[in-house]
Design a protein around this ligand. Structure first.
Ligand SMILES: Nc1ncnc2c1ncn2[C@@H]1O[C@H](COP(=O)(O)OP(=O)(O)O)[C@@H](O)[C@H]1O
Ligand SMILES: Nc1ccn([C@@H]2O[C@H](COP(=O)(O)O)[C@@H](O)[C@H]2O)c(=O)n1
Length: 282
């Protein structure tokens, strides 16, 4: 679809939320999904880009700032960027973890895409952000593994000293994981133990995304095409009618039920006027 401004409209972008503790492997999982979906237009949006700018006072006492609390994020800005991304390009800021400032690096320009991976420790916290997602993934990695990775990352990549990293962990990171991140695990559709090491889980997720995107493509070509939700029962009947061992009687029975479902769904999409019948009991 094209707007008058010539921008491509991707109203049906498939938004996948990837949450989990800090250094659990969220980015690694997203990178693996992107790598496997190489024929699709995919973008990765990090919640880290939406940290509030720190005031001068907060910067002076940065070691007392809680980067793991939901209030540390500008969720309004995140929602606004996600909304814009549906319709056109958007510039996503990049936070510098060394200077704690947003204006050290140029913003990343993102194009509207078929798949948006939204990754961050607290992206399942706000119901408005959760509502954007068609699929929610929680990366579940042991706390000691996360801590070990965090120490390596924060000392080597961010140039922080180990005492500062450990103080931040015990004061803010661990309590916030228990109070805010772990309680959002219940919203996940899929939980991936061991993150990026779990190749099977990632393969299955990629297969599912491909199926959904195939349906999306069909809906884009045929705007009045409706895809019936694939339930366990429908898949079972489908399997039976495709099975060469199925008896003629069962084939007729299940084919008849499937056809009936399609016709009923189709009739449900026809225009109708509500009427009320008056029954008189005599
Ligand atoms: N399966 C893994 N095995 C080894 N190292 C990993 C694995 N997954 C992630 N890492 C490393 O751990 C650190 C944090 O991973 P990352 O994917 O950035 O986590 P998150 O996005 O959750 O903070 C990175 O340095 C990354 O290279
Ligand atoms: N200036 C900052 C901003 C964030 N953090 C920490 O990053 C963690 C979240 O990022 P992940 O990539 O690990 O999801 C979070 O635990 C913050 O404490 C920081 O240290 N400094």
């Amino acid at each position: 679809m094209t707007t008058s401004a010539g921008e491509h409209v991707h109203k049906q972008a498939f938004v996948i939320g990837v949450s989990g503790g800090a250094a659990s492997g969220k980015t690694t999982v997203c990178d693996m999904i992107i790598e496997q979906l190489r024929d699709q237009r995919v973008v990765l949006v990090n919640q880290d880009s939406f940290y509030h700018n720190l005031t001068r006072e907060e910067l002076k006492r940065v070691h007392e700032y809680n980067f793991d609390h939901p209030d540390a994020f500008d969720t309004e800005q995140l929602l606004c960027a996600m909304e814009k991304l549906k319709h056109g390009q958007v510039d996503i800021p990049k936070c510098d973890f060394k200077s704690y400032k947003h204006n050290m690096f140029p913003a990343r320009r993102m194009n509207p895409s078929d798949v948006i991976l939204l990754e961050g420790i607290l992206i399942f916290h706000d119901p408005r952000v959760r509502d954007l997602m068609s699929m929610k993934i929680f990366v579940d990695t042991d706390a000691d593994v996360c801590l070990e990775r965090r120490i390596r990352r924060d000392t080597f990549e961010k140039g922080r000293d180990i005492n500062t990293v450990l103080d931040q962990y015990s004061k803010f990171v661990k309590p916030a994981f228990d109070d805010f991140i772990l309680p959002t695990k219940k919203y996940a559709d899929i939980i991936i133990p061991r993150g990026g090491d779990n190749h099977l889980a990632i393969d299955l997720i990629v297969q599912h995304i491909r199926t959904k995107l195939g349906q999306n493509d069909l809906c884009k070509i045929y705007p009045n095409l409706y895809v019936i939700q694939s339930t366990f029962q429908i898949r079972g009947m489908h399997t039976l009618i495709c099975d060469a061992q199925t008896t003629k009687h069962d084939f007729v029975f299940y084919a008849d039920r499937l056809i009936r479902l399609v016709v009923e769904h189709g009739l449900g999409h026809l225009p109708f006027t509500e009427k009320q019948d008056l029954y008189i009991r005599v």
